[in-house]
Design a protein around this ligand. Sequence first.
Ligand code: PXL
Length: 279
Amino acid sequence: MKKIKRAAAIHDISCFGRCSLTVALPILSAAGVNCSVVPTAVLSTHTGGFDGFTYRDLTEDILPIARHWQSLRLKFDALYSGFLGSTAQVDILREFFKLFHRPETIILIDPVMGDNGKLYKTFSQDFPHEMAKLCHMADLITPNMTEAALLLNEPYHKGPHTQAYIETTIKKLAALGGKSKQVVLTGVYFCENELGAAAYDGSKVYYAMAEKISQHYPGTGDVFASVLLAALLNGANLSTGMEQAVAFVSDCIKDTHESGADPRFGVHFEHMLMSPKNI
Ligand code: PXL
């Protein structure tokens, strides 16, 4: 019988708007991964375009959850973090990773901080520096181009990108903190009609591209990282996992764009989970 892999997903709950835990949990479950959750904050909606959202910071709850899990001797094949509720959560996650890390555990840090060259408004200016320190502990990080610039404390390049820029950037990200890690960089594009990602596995850079649709949808980074993690836990290598994630997100965006739905509501991913070939 196949062993069921178990992941702990540490993200916010945006009650409406298809991002963070409301995409990570269904995607990992549909891929056959047992997904436990640690909510970092509860918001009425994500912060990408809705005014007046509520925000409950759950910083105080994370270590008590971890200690209870530890007392139950729970073990995880992956520790997967995303949007954090406060700068103080960086140190708390460091503790969390120490408690549950085993040699075979994948630590995937999606350094969710910004998009389109800007830091999200819930974060203070010192947050990127703290997040860069947390990334030292990762086996794999999945920044977009904005987050890559923030992590490296470099100017943001909107694109189109050159292959030389992408390869220099991805190698600097891999060496962040001295510990060699894998990187999947999203939002990479070399020409106006294609958009995708680059992966670095420590020896080679791989690319996966799809048709570019000029509409931004919040939450696509979370869908991407969740599909990638599901693929890795199911035995894919980094480049195949990235290809699957690019294809999945691209299909979701195409469907959502054709439907004319409000972009703030996120991408239509639910029906994609009904077809086993997709994840
Ligand atoms: O998808 C990233 C994300 C996660 N969580 C919250 C957000 C965003 C992006 O805007 O606002 C609360």
